[in-house]
Write a protein that binds this ligand. Structure first.
Ligand code: DP6
Length: 360
């Protein structure tokens, strides 16, 4: 598909006012998206687990107004006006205006809340942008006089979400989503996320993710700055190639149920992401001492017990602890006994693989 196919014909229906509500989850990448071209096109393909419990719930209310040449909207987080969210949404609206020509014909009220604490260091951009994109698609669905199939609805919502935040395009469905063209997944696209098309081994079903909150502060490096570090990065081209290879390998691993290879690939991806940040100019260390303590503890536990628990990281200090469902009791005990001490205020969040967004 091309961008052109997401530009609608002129609407003939009208809608005076109304509201739509969606919940959309966060996701955790196994092969990481790090580096992008213009228009939020990724430099390499990525794949993620959709989460179940960490999500954003957004109500989008709209009232018709005189069409003007600016956008009109208010944003609330947990009932509080959030004017500091406005620039990001304004940028999002500008990027998607061509694909949703009704945007300047309404005043919008965006009311949003997260199931995870705002100051947890968990990025809410994936869940937030995908929830908003879905609400906007619900409006288009009414306005459009063409029939919008469920398949097109999700594809376009993912396409729009990507223009808000790249990783957001992987949050709409579950349980594994691929974004970025690659030869292993035929239907993959740089424009939107697609479901992992192969049967996954039962060991990977209902996989668990316990998020250890090592540092709940604001991100030290914004994702925009982070991605731009890959421009002129001495290792960038090798890294982009490696992501393609890792996605192909992971595609096999997920089908065969090879947990040892899964552990090795996922941890290597997490450390490569951080290595890219450490070797860029300017350079950053986003792990904290406790991040490294946790990683070492996980390695010792695995060696001592034969567990298949592993970690992955986002562009920050928090640690996602991933493990098969059948190890839940054992790993949770280990987390409580040995890892909680490294979490800020002992905080952690138990999540698992989920099935994506829902209209409420
Ligand atoms: C490290 O999707 O937050 O989490 O497109 O600039 O909004 P923007 O970036 P964003 O980047 C996420 C990067 C990552 C890896 C990943 O989720 O694949």
């Amino acid at each position: 598909m091309t961008e052109q196919e997401f530009i609608p014909n002129t609407y003939t229906y009208t809608l005076e006012n109304g509201s739509f509500k969606w919940s959309s989850p966060s996701n955790i990448a196994l092969v990481k998206y790090w580096g992008k071209k213009e228009d939020q096109i990724p430099e390499n393909p990525s794949i993620s687990f959709t989460l179940n419990d960490c999500k954003t719930i957004t109500t989008l209310s709209f009232v018709k107004r005189e069409v003007s040449d600016s956008f009109s909207f208010d944003v609330f987080l947990e009932g509080q006006r959030k004017d500091d969210f406005k620039p990001k949404i304004e940028t999002f609206f500008k990027r998607i205006e061509n694909y949703l020509p009704f945007l300047k014909a309404y005043h919008f009220t965006i009311e949003t809340s997260n199931t995870f604490p705002h100051s947890s260091g968990i990025a809410s951009s994936a869940s937030g942008m995908s929830a908003l994109a879905l609400c906007l698609m619900s409006i288009e669905n009414v306005l459009s006089d063409e029939i919008i199939t469920d398949g097109f609805f999700i594809k376009k919502a993912s396409f729009l979400a990507r223009l808000g935040s790249g990783s957001a395009c992987r949050s709409l469905e579950g349980a594994l989503i691929v974004w970025g063209e690659n030869k292993t997944i035929e239907e993959s696209s740089d424009l939107f996320g697609v479901k992992f098309p192969f049967q996954v081994h039962p060991d990977f079903r209902n996989y668990q993710d316990t998020i250890l909150l090592v540092d709940k502060g604001e991100k030290q490096v914004s994702s925009t700055v982070g991605h731009s570090l890959m421009h002129n990065h001495p290792f960038a081209q090798e890294r982009f190639k490696q992501a393609h290879t890792n996605l192909s390998k992971l595609t096999e691993i997920l089908q065969e149920g090879n947990l040892d290879e899964f552990v090795a690939l996922v941890e290597s991806e997490a450390l490569t992401l951080h290595a890219m940040m450490m070797t860029s100019m300017p350079y950053f260390i986003l792990m904290k001492p406790n991040t490294v303590e946790i990683i070492n503890k996980i390695w010792s536990f695995r060696q001592e017990t034969g567990s298949k628990v592993c970690f992955t990281l986002d562009a920050g200090a928090n640690v996602h602890v991933l493990y098969p469902e059948k190890e839940t009791d054992k790993v949770l005990k280990f987390i409580k006994n040995e890892l909680v001490a490294y979490c800020q205020n002992g905080h952690y969040i138990c999540d698992k693989i989920g099935n994506g967004a829902k209209q409420l």
